[in-house]
Design a protein around this ligand. Structure first.
Ligand SMILES: [Fe+2]
Length: 336
């Protein structure tokens, strides 16, 4: 108390731990410090001090912990094209991130990466949820219902280097999640920017994009996930629902709601995946099994006109390409 009084007398208020009500001078000083902290945080936060390289593409910001390595455009490669498709679907040409949904699980970070790269697990792991979803969609869209078959002729997977991969559902999932896009005003606005034919292509587009090592993009649902490793057996997954700039409010509300149904704690899909990660992590502790077999191939593997390795049907080639890249980076001694 004595010290506080002394500072008051000198006109130089300070913060005291004494158990006494703050003076008006102390309150003004504390307010000034708080405001200053906000300003400093707002200026400094966008520039992480220990990341040597930061670049962006279509608003997606990437950071590299290495001073060397390929440029962002070279690293993304064909991924730029797929990010363009996602953003071009917005009448305003941009997507807008909303508040993320976070989950964590006691397992390795590569498990959600593998999960996103295979298309044989949904018909088994998510069977009950998909049957409910298919019933709802059939009521609304009739025969354009979801198909759980993943060997449809039009379904294609691709890799294009550095562990990146894509699944192009090409209409095989029918009307699943198309409730967001059934809005004439949205289609009209998109058509005005890109033309009617291109608008139809963009609206019908249904791809999953994996940008190695930790970015997973669901184009039709208009969200992306970031995998954040915390320990060898602990991982966070942050899912960011996105809005389409220039689209009507009800389109964006439905898009965000669809993602919430998909990945939230009370949702239908990601809870299945999380449980599988936990059991897989436990199974991987078995000492009698040293190797895991990833030998599934699709049909008609070929290099397409864009230099991507492409095949029909479900394959484990995307997963194999990720482990090849992981091995290369580990042997190189630094992460890019
Ligand atoms: Fe899944």
């Amino acid at each position: 108390m004595t010290n506080v009084s002394a500072h008051e007398a000198s006109g130089n208020p300070t913060i005291s731990l004494a158990y006494a009500p703050a003076t008006s001078g102390q309150r003004r000083f504390a307010l000034a410090v708080t405001l200053l902290q906000f300003v400093v945080c707002a200026v400094v936060a966008p520039f992480p001090a220990q990341v040597p390289r930061i670049d962006s593409y279509r608003g997606f910001v990437f950071a590299s912990t290495s001073t060397t390595g390929p440029s962002l455009r070279d690293f993304l490669g064909r991924g730029c094209h797929y990010l363009d498709l996602m953003c071009d679907r917005a009448p305003g040409g941009d997507i807008e991130v909303t508040r993320p949904i976070k989950c964590d699980f006691p397992g390795n970070w590569k498990l959600p990466l593998e999960n996103y790269s295979d298309n044989y697990h949904p018909s088994v792991l998510h069977q009950s949820a998909l049957e409910v979803g298919a019933t709802i969609m059939k009521e609304k869209y009739g025969d354009r219902q979801f198909s759980m078959r993943n060997s449809a002729a039009d379904y294609v997977e691709r890799t294009y280097g550095s562990g990146h991969g894509i699944q192009d559902f090409a209409g095989t999932r029918g009307a699943m999640w198309m409730n967001a896009y059934d809005n004439p005003e949205y289609r009209k606005a998109l058509s005005a920017r890109v033309g009617p034919d291109r608008a139809e292509e963009l609206v019908d587009m249904d791809i999953h994009l994996v940008i190695y090592p930790n970015l997973l993009i669901h184009v039709r649902m208009n969200n992306f996930r970031v995998i954040r490793p915390l320990a060898v057996d602990r991982t966070e997954v942050w899912t960011y629902p996105c809005k389409l700039k220039g689209a009507p409010d009800d389109v964006n509300e439905t898009l965000v709601l669809n993602t919430s149904h998909h990945v939230s704690a009370m949702g239908e899909i990601q809870v299945d995946d999380l449980q599988s990660y936990i059991w897989t992590q436990e199974g991987l502790q078995a000492e009698d099994m040293e190797w895991i077999l990833l030998k599934l191939h699709g049909e008609d593997e070929r290099v397409n006109e864009h230099g991507e390795l492409e095949w029909r049907g479900t394959s484990e080639e995307i997963i194999r390409s990720q482990y090849r890249e992981w091995g290369r980076l580990m042997l190189a001694g630094e992460l890019v």
